[in-house]
Design a protein around this ligand. Structure first.
Ligand code: SAM
Length: 281
């Protein structure tokens, strides 16, 4: 396929000629560029909302009382273990992994704004966590006991999910554990506010999520991918994972005590999120 750099005015002009002469091939170029732009937008989605997301990681009830404590439960005993945290954002959960006893923790995050927040938090109160912006910063022979990717699968497209699973597999010791949280494909309450979020299905199958604050105002919106369990399992198996277990999530007692049972009404029966634990062969 002919290559064009659409940021370059001369290439844009050349493309207009090409489109006249080779309309079908030109359409292929357009489709390819759209795909690239979509992948780039996904990879950098959190750059634009890093302040709102930082606040959510410490205030959002779903994160405080479901996602983070349940991810720790799925990670299991961490004493003396090395952990690689993929898509660690500002490091809120990465710090919890270290506090839970892991001997070595490395966080990977592609968003510059998120990574900067994670690194500055580490500088302010050092826990000995390393943060990297690319997998190639990890020595090729380095292996970890555990790899986590909490709410990262919904933030990516198919190719990016496959890359994450391939990297996770490469980075794990044989028999090592991969833990992820993702959207529950069986979730039903679209179009309703489910405690403090509204999930809406787009025509292309993606999910728009609006996050509401205590005043009922939307303070953050994201676009997620809603992979089926079969799609996730196939990609994991293709990357060298054996046994895969899906895990329902619970609300921890502190969440019920702080917000009451009404806030969590139907949450566990129709949970927006689900956990998974996979073992590298
Ligand atoms: C919903 S946030 C989850 C952050 C963190 N794990 C947590 O639970 O607080 C998703 C994160 O995945 C990152 N991300 C997006 N694309 C990624 C990719 N291809 N590989 C790894 N991380 C990615 C985003 O920048 C964002 O920080």
């Amino acid at each position: 396929m002919k290559e064009f750099n659409f940021e370059n005015p001369a290439d844009r002009e050349e493309f207009m000629d090409y489109k006249e002469k080779e309309p079908e091939k030109a359409q292929e170029v357009i489709d390819q560029e759209r795909k690239k732009a979509e992948a780039y937008a996904l990879l950098h989605q959190y750059d634009k909302i890093s302040l709102e997301y930082a606040l959510a990681t410490i205030t959002d009830p779903n994160k405080r009382f479901v996602q983070y404590p349940e991810s720790l439960r799925l990670l299991g005993e961490l004493d003396g273990k090395s952990v690689f945290d993929i898509g660690c954002a500002n490091g809120t959960f990465t710090k919890m992994i270290k506090s839970a006893g892991a001997s070595e923790v490395v966080g990977f995050e592609p968003s510059e704004n998120e990574l900067e927040k994670a690194r500055s938090a580490e500088k302010e109160s050092p826990q000995g966590i390393d943060y990297v912006s690319a997998y190639c910063e990890i020595p090729s022979d380095k292996k970890f006991d555990v790899v986590s990717a909490i709410m990262v699968i919904p933030a990516v497209n198919q190719e990016q999910m496959e890359e994450i699973f391939n990297k996770a597999s490469d980075l794990l010791v044989g028999g090592g554990k991969f833990v992820a949280l993702t959207l529950n494909h069986d979730f039903k309450r679209f179009g309703e506010i489910v405690n403090n979020r509204k999930f809406s299905k787009r025509a292309d199958g993606r999910i728009d999520i609006d996050f509401y604050n205590e005043k009922g105002e939307v303070y953050m919106s994201i676009i997620d991918t809603d992979f089926s369990q079969e799609e996730v399992e196939k990609a994991l198996k293709d990357s060298g994972f054996g046994e895969i277990k899906w895990e329902s999530l619970r609300v921890v007692t502190a969440g019920i005590e702080e917000l009451g049972t009404e806030f969590w009404d139907k949450y566990e029966e129709d949970c927006p999120y689900v956990g998974l634990v996979a073992c590298k062969k």
